[in-house]
Each structure stands twice: as structure tokens, then as C-alpha cells.
Design a binder for this molecule. Sequence first.
Ligand code: C2E
Ligand code: MG
Ligand code: MG
Length: 739
Amino acid sequence: MPDDIITLINDADKNSPVFSISRSSPWKLLVVDDDPEVHSVTKFVLHEQKILGRNMNLLYAESANEAKRILSEHRDVAVALIDVVMETDRAGLDLVKHIRNDMNMEECRLVLRTGQPGYAPELAVIQDYDVNDYRTKSELTHTRLITTVSTALRSYQQLHALAEHRRGLELIISAASDFLEQHAIADLAEGVLTQLAVLLKLPPGGIVVTHRGSPVSDDSERTYIVGASGAHARYIAHPLETLPDFRIVNAIQECISVKKHVFTEDYTVLYLQTSQKLDAAIFLNSGDKIPELDKKLLDVFVTNIAACFKNVKLVEKLNHIAFHDRLTGLLNRQGFITDLDATVCGTADTATVLIDLEHFTDLNDGLGHEAGDALLQAVAERLRKNLNPVCRIARIGADIFGAAGPPSLINEKKIHSIFKEPFKVGEYQLPVSVSIGICSHSDKAVNGITLLRRANIALNLSKQMPVKHHQYYQPAMEDEIRKRVSIIRELRAAFQSGGLQVWYQPQIKIATGEVTGMEALLRWPEGSGFAHPPSVFIPLAEYSGLIFNIGEWALHQSCTQYLNLAEAGFSNLRIAVNVSMPQFQHEGFTDTVAECVKNYSIPPGCLELEITESIAMDEPDSVKERLNTLRNLGIQIAIDDFGTGYSSLSQLQSMPIDYLKIDRAFILEIQKGKTGIFAETILDFCRKLGVLSIAEGVETPEQAEYLKSLGCDMIQGFLYARPMPPEDLMKWLKKHKSA
Ligand code: C2E
Ligand code: MG
Ligand code: MG
């Protein structure tokens, strides 16, 4: 390709290209000499002269400094005739250096002239500064001057054409590589438009780019306008025939039918074959017939662009795969976000909904993956049929669908109505219930990801609403999440820097008043108080997974505490450690406990684990097995907060447990003149089950008295002692013993 261009350039004056300077403008010639006589002679010789078909535009400077000023305003001077000796002996030579080095004018041809032969410049100057010619003034006779200037101009013309073509090629190459980055036909077409307008200096409205296949719909057969400048721009994405300028429509149709570039006196249509089934055409209102050289350059351009169109089509195909869900054909998560960015954001009042199919995993496991897939397809179909076509529909995750559109079309009523009827999957009629999270917004600044995140926050909360099954996003929800995240961050830092403590609250045998054990309770001291109580930070530790490390640490602390107490003479005190659901469910949990008991040599019956009712009722068989393993290690088990959960009493009966802890809520009911019916029932139950009872949160002597009368075994509460740090507990125990 470059060879082609070079041969053409050698012929430059025959086929002066559109890329080069205008063919009719006069040559600019600068005469620099401090002798006015030289100016008038030069003017006399060259003034009316036509060289290489063009007139002369003579500029005059009487000093090197004046020449610099003129050149800075006329950077297109083709030839400068420069006197060597002017203000100084070297003024002309300095000017030459200035032109080449400071002004970077490489194309301008330089002819040096001196009064006397003795002032000839060194050869080095001539070579280094690309001086065209060197003459003594006496040598420049009439004819000599014309030939010298003609030679210099021809040389300038060739150099200039070469530079212009290099610039043209650079533009084409850089355009093509830029275009390779374009991922949409519309962007590519716009790039082509801009590039051609610059290359060919065409008037507004001069270019129309068409392509087989619509840039916005599925129609892949008709020819569409994909790029257009000026008034035609409004027809972008419309079929070619809609363009009111029949001349352009006909010209493009002809070009596509003959599959060749069409060059006429007043317009040009370039044909781009991008593949067998794909073609594009570019109409140029090019005016004058385009010179041969430019045709070749345009051909280079078009070949590059055709490759780019092909690339774009490929990318579009890949995009389709990247942005759509294979199973349902709906947008996928990324596609939905991109779509929200492009369409919903910026439009006032839209609703984005996320729909979670409840118990989908059970169904998938129970009926098989094929049935699962069929259900997902059926749901997609139902959404497509029932939602207005202006709504966007997507499958965001395995069993989560998304939709977006005006709130009148996307709301909980509409969505619930869509899922009212069961879905037919093979021979089954499957009822599907859904949780719905909706984010309605009129805030134009939000983007797709934000909308999705907000709808997801609402969805997660809606799952906790067994009746309503839907939730609208509120900004406060996000504040809440932010707060939680920042507490988690602080908790992690506090734990790592040893900022957590374990305090202990004594448990007392109600019949004798003796201390039998204590409950280990986590504390997070911050400053002078406790900004975050365990009821706040324990659930966050569970949520973030920090509970595994914190829980194990609390277990070790409790064992150390047991040894310290034993050493101080308080042996056989039971220490009860709370265990969270994720901790208990963790595979290595029983091993960790076994190791602890062994390493600290805790006697059987002195370590108790408190688990909640919900743990006990979760997969009762495996829980029972674990509890038995722990029991065999000599560990005692207590069910904490009893009465607040939904225990199945029959299941509880078969669990290996030692204590039931009656929740504080039931103790609170025991007040002056009132009895606690629930506490009474639970105590009955304990007796029947053959387990010991511990009442939590006992604050008043009435409560203690009443519990004693009902035969409660043990008591824990502020009435006797609050949870205390180890040193205080030690003091308290000593005091209690001597009391
Ligand atoms: P819990 O296991 O039911 O602990 C008893 C709670 O009742 C403790 O709250 C204790 O300070 C409080 N309490 C005891 N006597 C009285 C009283 O007379 N009146 C009142 N109003 N409250 C009393 P705390 O320490 O705030 O702990 C709250 C919950 O945090 C615990 O409830 C337990 O579920 C959890 N927790 C505490 N430490 C740990 C731990 O190390 N691991 C795990 N997994 N959970 C822990
Ligand atoms: Mg407890
Ligand atoms: Mg409790």
C-alpha cells in the first residue's frame, strides 16, 4: 500500500490530490534582503510569472527579524530567497537555523544568496539545514532566477504532497485502529463521518453512511442509514428510502446493486463489502470529480473501514451473547444494568423490580434440573406476555428476574397478578410464590448498578415479610446497611487489636444460694462505655463470618477463666458459653470444642454450651448427632432463650440436653400480685423432660421468691450480680463465699 502512494506522489502535479493544498492558490515566496534593489529586481522578474501553473504571491523582508515575523504569519511560504549578510555577517544563516530548528518548517525551500563569493556558507550549513540552493547575486540572472525558483517550487510541491499523504495515511491508520475499539455500528458510522469530513473537507450534509441491517431493531435485511451529517442526521436509524433526497437514495441503491464504488461528476458512493451478506455504502457529496490519487486513498480508507464494520458486527454478536441469558433469551444482569443506564436512568419516574422465586432450589432438586429450566422459561414467557412491551425484562440470577418501566406498569400488584396462576411444567402445575423488591425513582442521576442494588436491598427485606412479600426501597435502608458495614469494620479492628472482653455473670442455685456456675458474655468496651451491646454486634459478627474467630476466642477465654478460678479455689464452677448458629453448623465445631476441653483439661460437666431453640430445631437429626458427640466429651448443653422460638416439643424431648434457660421475657411477667403463667408451664415442662431449669434476667426478690416456690433450679440476674470482668468476678465470688 505505501508503495502505491509513493509512485503516485512522483506524479504529483498531474493529479494534485484533494488532500493537498488547493490547486489554484498562488505560491508564496519570501524575499529576504537588506538591499531594496534586490527586491525590485526580484519583483520585476517574478511578479507576473506563472510557475507550475500557479501565480506568485511575493512577500518582502528587509532584515532577518522581519522575515521571522512574516514567516510566523505565513507558515505556508513555499520558497524563501535569503540574503546571507544583513544585520550581521551571519544574519541569513541564523535565519535558516531559526526556520528549520525553531519554527520546524521542513517543507519550505531555502535559496541562499550572497553579494560576494567570499561569503559562501559552509557546506555543513547547506546540508544540516536542508538548503536547496546557494547562489551569488550576480549569478541570479532573469532566467537563472526563474529556473532556481521553479526547481525549488517543484521540490516544495513534492515534499508537501508527500507530507500531506503521510498525514492522510496516518489519519486512515489511526482512524482504523480507533474504529476497532468501536462496538456499535452507530459509533463506527459517526467516526467514519468525522474522519471523511476532515479528509475531504466536505460541506455539512455531505455524507451519508448506510448499512444492511437496522442498528436498533432485529431487521437485518433492509438498508438503514447508520450515520449522516447535517440535516440528514435526523434519518439515522431509519431505512434508506425514508431519506427525502432521492438523488442520494438512488445513488446508494445503485452502488449496492453493482457492488462497486461509483464516481460521478458531482458525487461519489463508496462500496464496502464487509461479508457475503453484509454491505455498507458511503455517499459523499464530493462536488468536483475526485482525482485518481484520492480515489486510491479512499479505497485504502474504505478497505480499513469495511474490516471495522465486520468487527463491529462480530462484537455486536458477542455483545448479544454477553448481555443475554442463554436459557430464557432475556437480558442478563450485565445487559439489564447497561439497559438501565441507557434507557431508564435519566427518565423520570421509573420502577425497577427484582422478583425472587421462592423455594426454587427445592423444586430444582426435587423435580430435576430440566423441570427447573422449564419453569424458568415459563416464567420468562409469562413476564414477556404480561408486561407492557415498553418494560425491560431480565434474568438477573438463577431464580431472580428483573423488570423496569413506568411505575404504573411495574408495581407489586401487577407482578403478584402475573404469578397468581400456577405454571405448567411438563405434567406438573406448579404454584410459584415470589418475593418482590422494588425501587421506584425519579432521581435522574442514578445509574443502573445503583438501581439494581437498591431493588436488591428491598428484595432482601421483602423475604423477611412472610405475609406481604414485597418491599419498596427507602433511602433509610441503605443508611442502615452503611451503618452495619461500618460497625463490622470497627468490630474486626477491635477484635484484632484485643479490644473485646469476656465478662461473667454468676448463676445461683435457688434452694441453697450457692454459686454453681456463670455465663460468659462478650463485651466490646469503647471509650468509657459500651457503644454496641452484644445484641447489636453478635448478629453482625454472624453476618460477616467474624463469629467463627470471635466465638473460638471466647471459648478459649472461658476455659482460661475456669482454670484461673480453679486455681483460686473455686473449683467445679460451670462456665456456660454461648454458641451462634453459624458456629454450631460449622464442620470443625465439635473438633474445636474437643481440643479445648483436652488442652485446658476441663473436667466433665464444667463446660456448658448454650444454643438457641432455632439451632436445636434446625435439621434435628444432624443436630442431635452433634449434641451427642459434645455430650460424650463431658460437655453440658443448655437451650437458651427458651420459649421464644418455635420448638417442636416432641423433638426437644429426644434431644440430649441438660438445661432449659427460661427467657427473661417470661420472668418479666412475674410482678407484684401477678404470676408468670408461662414460666410456670416451662418449669413443668423441664420436670417432665428431666432437665434442669435456669431463670434468666431475675431482677426482683418477688421474682426470685416466686421461682423458688415453683421449684426452679437456678437463677441468673441483676438481683444477684451483673456480668463482670474476671477480676471483679473473683472479688465478688470471695465476698459471696464469706457472706
Ligand atoms: P443471652 O445468652 O440470653 O444472655 C443473657 C443476657 O441477659 C445478657 O445480655 C445479660 O447481660 C442479660 N441479663 C442478665 N441478667 C439480666 C437482668 O437481670 N436484667 C436484664 N435486663 N438483663 C440481664 P448481653 O450480655 O447483652 O447479651 C445479649 C446476647 O448476646 C446474649 O443473650 C447472647 O445471645 C449473645 N451473646 C453474648 N455473648 C456471646 C458470645 O460470646 N457468643 C455468642 N454467640 N453470643 C453471645
Ligand atoms: Mg446465653
Ligand atoms: Mg438468654
